[in-house]
Design a protein. Sequence first.
Length: 479
Amino acid sequence: MDGTQSPAAPAAHAQGTSIEMRELYFNTPARRKFLKSENTEFAWCDETFKRIALSRPDVAFSLQHNGRMVWQLPAQNLAQRITAILGAEFGQHAVAVERQIGALHMYGIAALPAYSRSSRDEQYFFVNGRFVRDKVLMHAVRQAYQDILHHQRHPAFVLFLDIPPEQVDVNVHPAKSEVRFRESQGIHQFVFHSLQQAVGATMAQAAATPITASREEQTTTSFAPTQQQRIPFGAAQQQATYRLWEAQTANANPSQPSLVRGGANFPPDRGGMRGFSSPSFSAQAEHPLGYALGQLSGIYILAQNENGLVVVDMHAAHERIVYEKLKTAMDGQQIPKQPLLIPVTFHADTLDVATVEEEQEALEKLGFDLAPISPTTLAVRAMPAMLKQAHAEAAAREVLHELREFGASRALTERRNELLATLACHSAVRANQQLSIPEMNAILREMEQTERADQCNHGRPTWFPISLAELDAMFMRGK
């Protein structure tokens, strides 16, 4: 009251911490001059609040701005905290990720490609509970999503990495937003493979997740045809798994499950992740994509499953199937080769002929047998068995173009996926190609067993569900 500052003294306060900020730069005009608008500065404060709130879901947080309550978050589990901050839509299109090898533990939530963003505004990575923007981690995430995101879209995720403190240096940036790992290559591969397996799990694996069906779903009548032709299809083989950290960690537990999708067993203080399971299928579904009914405009497959109607882009779906098969065969260095009864010949320029003569070993690894029969003519004598002979010339030209432009080394390593994606595109079924019911069912069954079958090689969706409830609403049934 007399204008003097009173000494510090105890005061009544509820459990917790309150921080009040007023006129931070009232006496520093130089700093105040560089501030942005009030809305911009508050947006940065709001983003910082979200990062802190996500890092500690067991702590209640509230944020007030100009006397208005902006956030009021009670103490909750991690699933509830993520849903409260990022919204229910994120949770509906996300899967749980968890993997632990020795003292290295990664867990959290990763959105499926269907929930991709135009910016990086929903990317949160925490190392030992602290938010970081690390180039190694971000590159590993981008690599995991590289062939399932459309063009310049960005993934959304909330991931946590627990690592022994002696394995990471947190004092490389004044704001502590960057870190340096002692084994950066091992960390990169660990994050990459963990996330790749989570977002690339097959539909059959997703359907195996125990999800309790509602009473209405349990009493739904069977939709399967009485005589469905059974066609055997092999599941796509798993991609190369992460082994580096296991070799470097003496106390790794081989019995520990490396990945849990939809129902991860998170630590008690960060539990509640079971709500983030596969959003599309129930455990009782033998075939999640159902059975084919027919074709629409020669482009789409119409199928019926226990939930309603499924519309499949047959070219995009088959393209992904062939692409994953080619990658699996390439990883095993055993692409099956099919000799052609009648070689396919085509006109080629001198550079293509020279490339065939120089790159026979690379062509052999890709499953091609090309030979010059004249200075301007090449013959395709054999090609990968999973590609169609009708597209032999186009596939051979694409391979020669890659080898000529980038060389065998780059074409088989950093350009490998692009090359295989092009070959898969040439081999996939085309628009207006008439398929029989067994052939359509064959594509559906292989989709269920193929990793990342929800998107084609270019990131476009391959199928879309329409539930019976949505159809009833369209026709106003029950109203």
